[in-house]
Design a protein around this ligand. Structure first.
Ligand code: TYD
Length: 141
């Protein structure tokens, strides 16, 4: 059960199984080619965000697919497919957002203790990034 309603193209909701134990914490499981809709080549996480003044992200990818989670705390994920924009509050450790190619995304408003976890379909490749918003809009036309 989740309350996110996605309005942008190239996005999706990814729900992971969560084994909850009141005394012993939570166990959350991500399987490649099952809940994560691609072969995972890279995993990265982002932490120590409490004093962040900048907006992270601000790019789209040409080919790389990703699924982003907020595994602790909360943040605001901005999504923009070139036509429609929306902001999604990320505050559930087992609910991620699929970021397909050509989806401009931003991350901001991080809570204390916020940790982001990202699964990616490709290794890091700067040439796969579109970092200029005007270029992005031109390429979506
Ligand atoms: P970037 O993807 O722009 O971060 P964010 O979207 O979270 O703001 O990456 C920040 C810097 O880290 C940039 O110089 C590229 C480098 N980087 C890598 O070297 N490898 C990686 O896998 C990632 C994600 C970033």
């Amino acid at each position: 059960m989740n309350s996110i309603e996605l309005k942008v193209n190239h996005s999706g909701i990814v729900t992971l199984a969560k084994i909850q134990d009141d005394r012993d914490g939570n166990l959350i499981i991500a399987n490649a080619l099952k809940e994560i809709p691609f072969e995972i080549k890279r995993v990265y996480y982002i932490n120590q965000l409490e004093n962040s003044v900048s907006i992270r992200g601000k790019h789209a990818h040409k080919k790389c697919e990703q699924v982003i989670f907020c595994i602790s705390g909360s943040f605001l994920l901005g999504l923009d497919d070139g036509k429609v924009q929306q902001k999604v509050l990320m505050n559930k450790d087992n609910i991620g957002i699929y970021l397909g190619p050509m989806l401009w995304h931003t991350m901001e408003d991080f809570s204390a203790g916020c940790v982001l976890l990202v699964f990616a379909s490709d290794y890091y490749d700067e040439s796969d990034y579109i970092r200029n918003y005007e270029d992005f809009i031109r390429l979506t036309k």
